[in-house]
Design a binder for this molecule. Structure first.
Ligand code: COA
Length: 168
């Protein structure tokens, strides 16, 4: 059967990569060996998604994102432009541990996340944040180092209000 994926000819796909259905990958992105990408995932341009990464279904990754080897990303996650998910606190060490992003999390543009950290289910990381410890589920964190500021419920209410407010 013909593939339902839309993958730019300029994307590099490594060996033994497993791709689901209806995936879109835009220009000049890199997918490393053994990485697994679920259904309906969208990956923007100029992303580096390294080896042994798992990305579950319906996750959206904006341009210029770096995802280090061994990171695990859940379902319905949003990763904003230029976010960096790291895997080595003392490079170049011989031990690597990825970042774990649970379902429905949002990672703001240009945030940087330390190796081994878990971004909890439904949590939100503000743009430009430095995350050095686990983020509890259902919370919004931001800053450097990031701290819990309010709840995901508050964030959802702010989003609804934003969507309702006319631009001008
Ligand atoms: C975290 C976030 C949701 C907070 O939004 P908000 O609740 O509307 O926050 P406000 O703009 O009302 O700011 C409240 C306070 O937090 C501070 N603040 C807000 N976002 C911040 C951030 N990312 N880092 C540091 N401080 C931040 C503000 O300076 C303000 O501080 P003050 O009270 O001392 O003046 C938002 O700033 C953000 O980062 N969204 C993600 C955007 C993104 O990455 N989009 C990618 C798609 S293109």
């Amino acid at each position: 059967m013909e593939s339902t994926n839309q993958i730019s000819k300029t994307t590099f796909i490594g060996n033994n990569v497993k791709l689901g259905d209806r995936i879109k990958i835009w220009n000049l992105s890199y997918i490393g060996n053994n990485t697994i990408i679920g259904n309906d995932v969208i990956i923007g341009s100029l992303c580096h998604i390294d080896y042994d990464v798992k990305i579950d279904s319906n996750t959206k990754i904006e341009g210029l994102v770096y995802i280090a080897p061994k990171c695990i990303i859940g379902k319905n996650v949003f990763i904003g432009p230029s976010a960096t998910l790291t895997n080595d606190p003392y490079p170049p060490s011989k031990k690597l541990d990825g970042v774990y992003v649970e379902d429905n999390a949002v990672i703001g543009a240009r945030s940087v996340i330390k190796s081994g950290v878990t971004i909890g289910k439904n949590s939100v990381v503000g743009m430009g944040s430095i995350i050095i410890k686990d983020v509890p589920a259902d919370t919004v964190v931001f800053g450097s180092p990031a701290k819990v500021v309010y709840s995901r419920e508050d964030y959802n209410n702010k989003m609804k209000k934003w969507e309702r407010t006319p631009k001008y």
